[in-house]
Structure formats: structure tokens, C-alpha cells
Write a protein that binds this ligand. Structure first.
Ligand SMILES: [Zn+2]
Ligand SMILES: [Zn+2]
Length: 138
């Protein structure tokens, strides 16, 4: 039986560059832009960097004086997607970065759709989404 965070289908729009669409076991649909996924990379390095900069997965870097707006900043392109057994996908970026295993559970957790964001925002005692930034995949 599919768990809620197991995908029914995964569609990677490499040629159009529009991102990855996942349909989940419970019928929910998530659309992740490549930029969002790059900023959400769950590898140890990126997790540490985000913790330092107080960002949650998918949140773009804070702008420093003179830096390009995130929308103008070139995003490294996704080269290919490698399945990691049946629990995750590993994303290979054009800049050579390929350390992050994006587990289904992690991806479901960071779903950027309005519905999921509202649920996170309204969770008791939190002012921002409580993403599992320290969760590691063995
Ligand atoms: Zn990373
Ligand atoms: Zn969602």
C-alpha cells in the first residue's frame, strides 16, 4: 500500500525546465521548480549553510548589497535525476553538485503549494514552517 508520502507518479520536466511534478499516494500534487529544489538541497553542506543563514529548505539566499535579485540570479540547471532505491531521488546539477538525496518524505514535507504552506504556518507555536532541517538520510 502506498503511504501518503510515496509518489504515484514523478514527472521531471528537464527539457522545458519547469521543474518536477509529483503526484502522491493521497492524490496531492506538488510542483517544485528547479530553483526551489536547488535551494532545498538536503545534503549536509547545504543543510549547514541554511542553518547558518537561517533559511528553510527552498528559501532563496538573503540578498546582500549589490547582489542580483534571486529571480535574475542564474540557477544551476538540473542535469539528471537518479533514483535511490525506492525512497528517494538524487539530483545531479549542472554545476557538479549531486550530494543531496531527496527522500519522498522530505519532498512531501517541503511541498511549496499554498495549501501545504498554510498548514505549516498555522501549526501551533511556529511562525515559520517547521521543516526538518536536521533530518539525515542514512
Ligand atoms: Zn547540497
Ligand atoms: Zn502541497
Amino acid at each position: 500500500m502506498l503511504r501518503d508520502f510515496d509518489p504515484k507518479s514523478v514527472q521531471v520536466n528537464l527539457s522545458t525546465g519547469s521543474g518536477i511534478v509529483i503526484e502522491w499516494g493521497d492524490g496531492h500534487r506538488s510542483l517544485y521548480s528547479f530553483r526551489f529544489l536547488r535551494d532545498a538541497c538536503p545534503c549536509a553542506n547545504c543543510v549547514a549553510l541554511r542553518a547558518m543563514e537561517d533559511r528553510w529548505p527552498g528559501e532563496p539566499k538573503q540578498l546582500k548589497e549589490g547582489e542580483l535579485l534571486p529571480i535574475l540570479r542564474p540557477v544551476s540547471k538540473l542535469e539528471r535525476v537518479e533514483p535511490v532505491r525506492n525512497y528517494a531521488i538524487r539530483l545531479h546539477w549542472e554545476d557538479g553538485h549531486a550530494e543531496g538525496n531527496y527522500s519522498w518524505e522530505f519532498l512531501r514535507d517541503i511541498c511549496p503549494c499554498a495549501e501545504c504552506r498554510v498548514q505549516k504556518d498555522s501549526a501551533p507555536g511556529t511562525t515559520r514552517p517547521s521543516f526538518p532541517t536536521t533530518k539525515r538520510i542514512a
